[in-house]
Design a protein around this ligand. Structure first.
Ligand code: NDP
Length: 261
C-alpha cells in the first residue's frame, strides 16, 4: 500500500505536470478532430480511438471502487455513481454517437490519452480504497454533497446537450463543419467543454480529495486551450461567425476571444 504522504506527493507532481503542459498547449494545437494532421505518425479509426483511450478511466476506477472500496460509505458511493455515469457514457455511448465516418485520429494522441486515463483512473479510484473518510451527517457535509451533485449533473447535461447539437450538424456520412447555434452557443464557441468543466468542479466538491482536484486542473488545461483553438478556427473559417461569442467562458474577455495569432 502507498502511504498517504507519498500518494499526496504523487498527486502534487501530477498537478505540476498539468501546469507545465498548459503553456505548451497554448502553442501546440492538439491534432485531432478539425485540427487533425497526418504528420503526427500513424492514424487509427476515430471511433475506436475514443473507445480505447477513455476505457482505462472506467475500468481502473471501476475495479477499485467495485472490488476494493466500501460502497456502503456515501462518500464513496456518490462520487462512484457520478464517475460511472460520465464514463459509461463517454466509453460506450459517445463513440457510437459521433459522426466521424472515415475519420482517423493520430495513434500518438490515443496513446497519450490512454496513459493519462490510466493515471487518472488509478489516482481517483485508489484514493477511495485506502484514504476515504466515513460519512457523518452534518449540515456542512450534506450541503457540500448536494451542491456538488447538482453542479456535476448541471455540467453533465450542458456537456451532452451541446455535444449532441454539434454531432447532429453533420449528416451521418459527412465530414464537414457548420456554425453551431442554439443553447449556450449564443455566448460561447465550446459550451460542451464548459459543461465538462462544471461537471468536474462539482465532482471536486463531492469527492473532496487531491486526485479529483488534479483531474479538474487537467481538464481546465486541456479544454481551455482546445476551446481557444476551436474559437480561432471558427473565426478563420467562417467570416460570418458571430463576433460576440467568446471561446469557452461567457462574457469573459481575456485573450480567448482573440483572432488567429
Ligand atoms: P469537439 O467539440 O471538437 O467535437 C465534438 C463532436 O462534434 C465531434 O464528433 C466533432 O467532429 C463534431 N463537431 C464539432 N464541431 C462541429 C461543427 N462545427 N460541425 C460539425 N461537427 C462538429 O469535442 P472533442 O472531440 O474535443 O471532445 C469530445 C468530448 O470529450 C467533449 O464532451 C469534451 O468535453 C470531452 N473531452 C474532455 C477532456 C477532458 O480533459 N476532460 C479532453 C477532451 C475532450 P470532429 O471530431 O470530426 O471534429
Amino acid at each position: 500500500m502507498i502511504s498517504h504522504g507519498t500518494f499526496n506527493m504523487i498527486c502534487w507532481i501530477w498537478i505540476a505536470v498539468a501546469v507545465i503542459i498548459f503553456p505548451i498547449l497554448l502553442r501546440v494545437t492538439q491534432p485531432y478532430g478539425r485540427h487533425s494532421k497526418n504528420n503526427w505518425g500513424p492514424m487509427i479509426n476515430n471511433r475506436f480511438g475514443w473507445f480505447i483511450m477513455e476505457l482505462p478511466s472506467l475500468a481502473i476506477f471501476g475495479y477499485f471502487v467495485v472490488f476494493k472500496a466500501n460502497l456502503f460509505n456515501l462518500l464513496v458511493l456518490i462520487p462512484a455513481l457520478l464517475w460511472g455515469l460520465h464514463y459509461i457514457h463517454r466509453v460506450l455511448i459517445f463513440p457510437l454517437q459521433i459522426r466521424t465516418a472515415r475519420k482517423k485520429i493520430p495513434a500518438i494522441i490515443v496513446l497519450f490519452a490512454f496513459i493519462f486515463n490510466i493515471i487518472n483512473g488509478f489516482l481517483n479510484g485508489y484514493w477511495f480504497v485506502y484514504f476515504a473518510t466515513e460519512y457523518r451527517s452534518g449540515v456542512l457535509m450534506d450541503m457540500r454533497l448536494i451542491a456538488g451533485v447538482i453542479l456535476f449533473l448541471t455540467g453533465f447535461v450542458i456537456n451532452k446537450y451541446h455535444d449532441l447539437i454539434l454531432i447532429k450538424l453533420r449528416p451521418a456520412s459527412g465530414n464537414g463543419y457548420k456554425i453551431p447555434y442554439g443553447g449556450l452557443f449564443k455566448y460561447v464557441s465550446c459550451p460542451n467543454f464548459l459543461g465538462e468543466i462544471i461537471s468536474w468542479t462539482g465532482y471536486v466538491l463531492v469527492a473532496f480529495n487531491l486526485p479529483a482536484l488534479s483531474f479538474l486542473i487537467w481538464t481546465l488545461v486541456n479544454l481551455t486551450t482546445r476551446a481557444r483553438d476551436h474559437h480561432r478556427w471558427y473565426l478563420k473559417e467562417f467570416p460570418e461567425y458571430p463576433k460576440e461569442r467568446k471561446a469557452i467562458f461567457p462574457f469573459f474577455l481575456f485573450t480567448w476571444s482573440g483572432s488567429q495569432s
